[in-house]
Design a protein around this ligand. Structure first.
Ligand code: SF4
Length: 63
């Protein structure tokens, strides 16, 4: 499974962090950062976080 975060699209809504805080942290300016724990997060949770992003900045590709 691959998780891609397009930092050009991310507008810092933090919905991904609210939905799946272990997998998505926020930097000092409030933009999303994929954490190492994302690798062990369930695909369903990651897909839900991706679906919650209004900018479609998160892409989860099943392995
Ligand atoms: S929900 Fe989308 S736009 Fe908002 S912080 Fe997360 S990745 Fe960025």
């Amino acid at each position: 499974m691959k998780i891609a975060l397009d930092t050009d699209k991310c507008m810092g809504h933090a919905r991904c962090h609210a939905m799946t805080p272990a997998a998505f942290d926020l930097d000092d300016e409030g933009y999303a950062v994929v954490t190492p724990a994302a690798a062990t997060t369930s695909e369903d949770d990651l897909q839900n976080a991706a679906a919650s992003c209004p900018e479609q900045a998160i892409t989860v590709t099943p392995s």
